[in-house]
Design a protein around this ligand. Structure first.
Ligand code: FMN
Length: 397
């Protein structure tokens, strides 16, 4: 006998709220966060720090927390990302310890078995009363896959073909009839099913990617493409095309990007701090490795462009820089929204130390500019648990 616990139609995960500019935190499960720097206050990704940060974000009404899936670090003095809290178990702990916020798990399609992931996500959905999300990554980093002894499909098309089959299985396990047999290119499954089903339908899905193939994958499968915003003019056109192509398929796809923030009372203080951690105390070897793996062809670019890339990766892993006083940071966020992005993630050198200033100074400015509504925990934070109490459990076929 199979049970699906429906949630009240009034329940929507926070990522589907009305805020024009959705905000999340990205990467606090990794040592160094997004900043390959040697400064002593660089982010320590302990559970204690993650828990404190998640509770602050939850209370502030942020929409989501997003971990990085990473298996080995980038070396350098700090072995940037050498220590990483596993994304699934991190999500489980945080879902159990927060009330309102969506918590995503980031999952490599080439590494994890889809039947295991379908069950883990459905379990997380119960732990968080409907607040889990799945961030799909197809993988790109050869040394990481070598470390795991898993062969990463050589070309992008093959990676996304595998990713598509993987996600089709997950979604069928969540919402399709079962048990079923699956005879695919990568998976052959017999009489498979997965109970419990998720309580939220559909589970929010992100796809983190940059390429055209990645965007196509997002259009077919994701609620949001999570991508870089290197040049806002190009991004505007890409987002317009993303939304139009999704529309043609009768789907809705949005776009999120990632930023790093240095917000201080004055622009001078912010610029000086950025210079201190990202230029004077760069973990140079880690930055080199990061750029070599993520942008292997960058050495063919003009020196000025290479310098910009280096600065950007040293500051925040290639994310968009938001450096300045609260007005300037709010301006930067408004520009992201005006480009067509539905939201962005944020990262700080010391997330827990710096987030309160952002919360107190920048979020109210975003509210005054109509990009966000003040958080109303009793209304916006209705968890599916409260909603499900109003609904009877029903049986599927
Ligand atoms: C914003 C963003 C976040 C990403 N997060 C991760 C991650 O946590 N772990 C990972 O292995 N890859 C991550 N990736 C890499 C992508 O999943 C993908 O493998 C890579 O971008 C190559 O695919 P593409 O050529 O389609 O962009 C991320 C990419 C982007 C743009």
């Amino acid at each position: 006998m199979k049970h699906v616990i429906p949630v009240s139609p009034s329940f929507q995960p926070p990522i589907r709220n009305e805020n024009k500019l959705k905000l999340g935190l990205f990467g606090p499960n990794c040592s160094g966060g997004l900043a390959p720097t040697t400064v002593p206050e660089r982010w320590r990704n302990t559970w204690e720090n993650n828990l404190a940060l998640a509770r602050m974000a939850d209370d502030a009404g942020l929409e989501f927390l997003l971990p990085i899936a990473r298996w080995i670090g980038y070396g350098g003095k700090t072995d940037f990302h050498g220590s990483v809290l596993d994304s699934m178990t991190w999500a489980a702990g945080l879902l159990a310890s927060t009330k309102h916020i969506n918590i995503f798990a980031t999952v490599h399609t080439a590494v994890h078995h889809p039947v295991v992931i379908a069950k883990q996500i459905a379990t997380l959905d119960q732990i968080g009363n409907g607040r889990v999300g799945l961030n799909v990554v197809v993988g790109w980093n050869p040394p990481e896959f070598q470390a795991l002894g898993i062969s990463l499909p050589v070309d992008r098309t093959s990676r996304y073909t595998l990713g598509q089959e993987w996600l089709d299985i997950v979604v069928k396990l969540w919402y399709g009839p079962g048990p079923f047999d699956w005879n695919g290119q990568h998976y052959q499954l017999q009489r498979v099913y997965s109970e419990p089903r998720p309580i939220v339908s559909p589970i929010p899905i992100f796809n983190a990617a940059i390429s055209a193939e990645g965007r196509e994958f997002a259009i077919r499968n994701a609620e949001y493409l999570f991508t870089a915003a290197i040049d806002l003019r190009t991004a505007r056109e890409d987002i317009r095309a993303l939304k139009a192509n999704a529309d043609k398929l009768g789907r809705r796809a949005g776009a999120l990007t990632f930023c790093y923030v240095v917000c201080r009372p004055s622009a001078k203080e912010a610029t000086e701090y950025h210079r201190y951690y990202a230029q004077q105390h760069t973990d140079h070897d880690a930055v080199d490795r990061l750029i070599d793996t993520m942008l292997p062809h960058s050495k063919t670019l003009p020196a000025t462009v290479q310098a910009i890339i280096r600065n950007n990766f040293a500051g925040g892993h290639g994310g968009r820089a938001l450096i300045g006083d609260p007005d300037m940071v709010a301006d930067g966020l408004e520009a992201i929204s005006a480009t067509g992005f539905d939201g962005t993630t944020l990262a700080f050198v010391d997330y827990a130390g710096e987030f309160p200033y952002f919360r107190d100074e920048v979020i109210p400015r975003l509210e005054r500019r109509g990009l966000r509504r003040p958080f109303r925990p009793h209304i916006d934070g209705n968890s599916a648990a409260a909603a499900t109490r109003q609904c009877a459990t029903y049986q599927t076929a």
